[in-house]
Design a protein around this ligand. Structure first.
Ligand code: SF4
Length: 320
């Protein structure tokens, strides 16, 4: 089985790191605790960073002539301060793999924040806005995984998020790792992710394979740069059911001659169930791992499609 690198995730500080909300609150977030053995976190509270203390009067997004960050109790406008902070903080950030941010916040919310037409109205215009820090994140890193604490509680969305985060972190490790970039590390990386990328986009996976083959004998740095751009593309949309089944069938080809008729039937039934319910993917992964172990199919055992991140992170983890 593969050894996982440690991804680095930027996270809203109030998600289990410090009581930094306006009312000195903190969200109990068991997922963070379960992730700590496998992930490094960089926690950040944008509102504290721009000098708003704890406790503080709440701020809100107001849309009049443009989107503004207003503190109704004082009438102060923090828009420029927050925009400047987001830009300078993110410019300095290096070597990380994704974000987990607090929903509904005027700073950290991802498409879940309320917008008001003025400082005092109780009725909001809509509740699908991004917080100001998130605007900066999406501007600076449009290709990186970004999720909030509500969506990461959904097993399939968490699966997609973690798959991307671990794939990116593993690529960082292959590309740097304190040593010279070599084509061999890229070949190794592509080989173990081949079925995973096939499940996301077979055409892009083939293009990535062509880069790795480097028939034009281009400098290694160019190969890494071109490969990364396709890697970000291939992971930018969740894997479809049809393309995942296609990848699973390819993998099945490595096992089928060892399987009895009833084992083959059993697999086809699971595949049928998966068409109707995406969460059957977890069962299918386990099935592949157990069969690959039984028949010593080492090539399959190395494939991240069956174990894209530490399995301990895929269980049901409720937010309190
Ligand atoms: S949501 Fe963001 S800005 Fe608000 S307390 Fe949490 S970390 Fe700070």
């Amino acid at each position: 089985m593969s050894i996982f690198p440690r991804p680095i995730i930027v996270i809203s500080k109030c998600l289990g790191f410090a009581p930094c909300r306006y009312d000195v609150g903190m969200i109990q977030f068991p997922l963070v605790e379960s992730m700590k053995p496998y992930v490094d976190f960089i926690d950040i509270c944008p509102e504290c960073e721009i000098g708003l203390g704890v406790p503080r009067e709440p701020i809100r997004i107001v849309f009049k002539d443009k989107k503004r960050l207003i503190q109704p109790a004082t009438g102060l406008d923090f828009t420029d301060k927050m925009v400047a902070f987001g830009k300078s903080y993110l410019e300095k950030l290096e070597d990380f793999d994704g974000f987990i941010l607090k929903s509904k916040s005027p700073s950290c919310g991802i498409g879940t924040t309320k917008v008001f037409q003025d400082s005092f109205s109780k009725e909001y215009l809509h509740h699908h806005e991004n917080g100001f820090f998130v605007d900066a994140v999406l501007r600076s890193f449009p290709d990186l995984p970004v999720i909030d604490e509500k969506h990461v509680d959904d097993p399939l969305l968490r699966d997609y998020f973690l798959t991307r985060v671990f794939a990116l972190s593993s690529f960082r490790e292959a590309s740097f790792c304190g040593k010279m970039q070599t084509l061999n590390s890229l070949v190794e990386y592509h080989t173990k992710n081949k079925f995973l990328f096939m499940a996301y986009d077979k055409q892009l996976m083939t293009c990535m394979g062509n880069i790795v083959a480097n028939r034009g004998n281009f400098p290694v740095e160019n190969a890494y740069e071109n490969y990364l751009s396709l890697l970000l593309q291939v992971l930018s949309k969740q894997a479809g059911t049809g393309s995942t089944i296609n990848a699973l069938m390819h993998a099945f080809g490595y096992l089928s001659r060892n399987l009895s008729a009833s084992e083959k039937f059993n697999f086809m039934q699971k595949l049928q169930k998966y068409r109707e319910d995406g969460s059957v993917i977890f069962e299918l992964r386990k099935w592949f791992i157990s069969k690959a172990e039984e028949f010593s199919a080492d090539y399959l055992l190395k494939q991240t499609l069956f174990c894209p991140y530490p399995p301990e992170l895929s269980g049901s983890l409720r937010i309190v």
